[in-house]
Design a protein around this ligand. Structure first.
Ligand SMILES: [Zn+2]
Length: 459
């Protein structure tokens, strides 16, 4: 069921840049702390023996099966239908890589090849079939294989822990192969109580920045982790830990998660379809996503609200403000709020550089004052939710760099902050039965773990 493409796309979810993005957001999250309380955090993370699968160490990932043991209820749960990559591409037979280098700042491919004892002709041929070889990053490892006469046999570029590319010379031809390794997966449980911020409390519960970021993204449609958080809110989740050759290489996906915000419980279960596309759904199979992003830029401050009787800051007279203004630095990426088609991309009077997107259900969104458009943003092109369409600027009638954002339903302007956003499509019919069964199992596992931690604390 799982194709090579699927495997590769899953493996690519764990590149290094992921962590950089997460840390930027993490530093943002850390900057925002909600009302401090004197009570100490009750965050906790269970140890291996607490209802975790694969007690015997590394288990085969083919059949993720969970034994929730050692819990007060002795309830055990099997999970058989979670999708994981099943095949890994075998390493090219018989290549012995004998020299390994860690790329340092300022290293070029030519320098590294020279150190390995190869000529600039080898560099040329390798770079020709493998462009990425010319864009090595410090910290990455490359290795070489030699023929018996010490001539070039193969070059390996370890891109991430899971992905490497091998360029092999055979009969004067250079051939490239991508090798994707498949991590083994164990499941972890974590939970905590909000005391200061999601970032700090989740960190205390043992989660890394990527997982915290992913967690916030899952619930980001329902919960504003800046405005809505209250001390006493709780979170819990089951997530993957990935292993290669018995060593942990970091966390994988969150498979089930719960957040109780001001007494209201939100739960999400991950589902991967046959094309490898992952989404989170409520236990009833409704999408956690909405068909529209609430805001087209990340973490920007609202500088002016939707207001039909606003005094215009530049014109200095009463003029309806039919959108929301987000103050942000010039060049900040602007994302399309939903899937749709660009119906306008150009200069539009006081709006300056402006993009209008037509979505389904009679909805149009408008983005104004851009400094520039994304090259792909042209009239008639299709865009998908979250795609960058342009960059913040102050073109047209604007007092400073900001995004003016409008949301229109059948031509009527709505307040983008308050408008009820249509839901994204629920789980597809053909997956529904399996999904509901999966959801039940994962929720039972979550609940079991929550309970056993509680009992452990009381004891
Ligand atoms: Zn505005």
């Amino acid at each position: 069921m799982s194709s090579k493409k699927n495997l590769s796309s899953i493996a690519k979810q764990y590149p290094k840049k992921h962590f950089v993005a997460a840390s930027a957001v993490a530093s943002f999250l850390i900057a925002i702390a909600i009302l401090p309380t004197s009570e100490k955090v009750s965050a906790s993370r269970t140890q291996l023996d607490l209802a975790l699968p694969f007690d015997e160490g590394i288990a085969a990932p083919q059949e993720p099966s969970i034994q929730a043991s050692n819990t007060p209820s002795e309830k055990s749960v099997n999970v058989n239908s979670v999708n994981y990559p099943l095949e890994s591409t075998p390493a090219p037979q018989g290549i012995q890589f004998s020299k390994e280098y860690t790329v340092k700042n300022g290293d070029t491919l030519a320098v590294i090849f020279k150190k390995a004892g190869f000529s600039s002709r080898d560099v040329y041929h390798v770079a020709k079939v493998y462009e990425d070889a010319t864009r090595l990053h410090p910290g990455e490892t490359v290795s070489f294989a030699y023929n018996s006469d010490n001539t070039f046999k193969a070059f390996k570029h370890q891109k991430t822990q899971l992905i490497s590319n091998v360029i092999e010379k055979q009969n004067d031809e250079y051939q490239i192969k991508e090798i994707v390794r498949e991590p083994t997966v164990e499941f972890r449980f974590a939970q905590g109580t909000i005391n200061s911020s999601l970032f700090l409390d989740a960190k205390e519960a043992g989660l890394d920045q990527t997982s915290i970021m992913n967690f916030a993204n899952i619930f980001g449609w329902d919960i504003d982790f800046v405005q809505d958080l209250r001390p006493g809110d709780t979170f819990s989740l089951m997530y993957e830990e990935l292993f290669l050759d018995g060593e942990s290489i970091g966390t994988g996906n969150i498979v089930a998660a719960e957040f109780v915000n001001q007494g209201q419980k939100f739960q999400a279960i991950r589902h991967v379809d046959e094309h490898g596309r992952a989404n989170y759904y409520t236990p009833e199979g409704k999408s956690m996503r909405k068909a529209f992003l609430r805001s087209p830029i990340d973490f920007a401050r609202i500088s002016s609200h939707f207001n039909l009787r606003r005094k215009h800051p530049v014109l200095n007279k009463i003029r309806a403000h039919k959108g929301t203004d987000y103050a942000a630095g010039r060049g900040t990426p602007i994302r399309t709020a939903g899937d749709g088609k660009v119906v306008f991309a150009g200069w539009k009077g006081g709006f300056g550089r402006c993009v209008i997107i037509q979505h389904g259900q009679g909805i149009q969104t408008l983005y104004a004052h851009m400094s520039k458009f994304n090259k792909k943003t042209k009239k008639g092109t299709r865009v998908s939710q979250g795609q960058v369409i342009g960059y913040v600027g102050s073109s047209g009638l604007a007092s400073g760099p900001h995004l003016h954002y409008e949301f229109r339903v059948n031509g009527v302007h709505k307040n983008p902050v308050k408008v009820k956003l249509p839901e994204a499509r629920p789980i597809e019919k053909k997956y529904r039965k399996d999904f509901l069964a999966d959801a039940d199992k994962w929720l039972a596992i979550l609940e079991n773990n929550q309970r056993s931690v509680l009992v452990a604390r009381v004891d």
